[in-house]
Design a protein around this ligand. Sequence first.
Ligand code: BGC
Length: 410
Amino acid sequence: MKKTLLTMIITSFSANSFAEVEFLHWWTSKGEIKALEALENQLQHHDIQLRHSAILGGGGDSAMTVLQARALAGNTPDVAQIEGPSIKAWDDVGIVHTINETALKHQWDENLHPLTISINKSANGYVALPITLHRLNWMWVNHRLLDQLELQVPTTWPEMFQAMEKAQQANLLPLAVGEQSWQIASLFESLVIASGGVDFYHKALVELKRDHIDSEQMRLALRQLRKIASFVEPLQPNQNWDTATQSLIDNKALFQLGGDWILGDLLASDVKVPQQIGCYPAPQSHSAFLYNMDSFIFMDAPDFSQQQAVEVANALADKTFQARFNQIKGSVPVRTDIDLSAFNPCQRQSAQDFIQASKNGLAIPSMSDSMAVNPIAQQAINSEIFNYYRNPNVTEEAVLRRIIAIAQST
Ligand code: BGC
């Protein structure tokens, strides 16, 4: 009798501990929360409850710091949102479950974009579940204000600056900006693509080559970033990207530059896209596709077995769910076999542009959003660029010198 009770306790404990899965992520905006609801429903459908550990701070810098601290303390969450090369770094540490069964069941080798495979698959097989493909070099335009100012959509930076000037004269906010280092650094990436082209961007900000950092193209991009800062006065300390998006929605700001999670927020606020707010490639970056991707890793912890990881991964790899999630999130699915006809036109354009850019070698990883360099170099470079943007006393030469020093020390 005693034995039976004990068995019952053990069984119900393990059932409960799996029935709830802790998920560490940085999805806290209106659109992100809506996408998370779809994720939660999908898991509930498989009798799995989600426990959120949401860490404020788009771009994930704070969430990644928390993940590292928790891993060091031996207290990992079950599932964590993650991006790019750190997937393989976590696999090297040896605390990530492989999910090859899921990959086989959902035929990832046959159906994922090759780029997605290379990011999520290590020598051990699939070590992460890919979920979104985001485009960062988007420009979001408030059409009502554009018409009011009798302007055309700018396609070059000189045109963009003229439009911003006109908006400023009309007492409108020329550009809605998320005032955080990763946001400003990703704005800078679009300027670097415009000033030097895609190959140049890759050499300067992905390979961190000294001669490309110390160059006229980088100086021009920095000067233009400073010019942007002068339009955004007074700077809004610590404003998040989604607060900036709200000023676009409220017809206060003319433009916002940034990733298509902005689309997720626009759709969650019932904004008609592209009628009310349109999506256009950032000036002078039309054929480039600056990307980041979200994936999930499943942590090898005593109360989260590989079999449990595979069960969660199977639920989230489901094709219908992957379509629904991306449709809400504003991103493009990582599977190539998803019908996009019900997606927003901006997402359909993004998907087409990605295929075209991939063919032409013009799809490039975002340094500022965790897809290119190691996290220490990334945070250091982001904060140098942010500091330059905020402090007019920092010279171009000084910031370039510091970026070179960071590149040499990594
Ligand atoms: C993530 C997106 C997220 C955005 C803003 C990016 O790093 O890839 O999924 O929506 O940050 O929070």
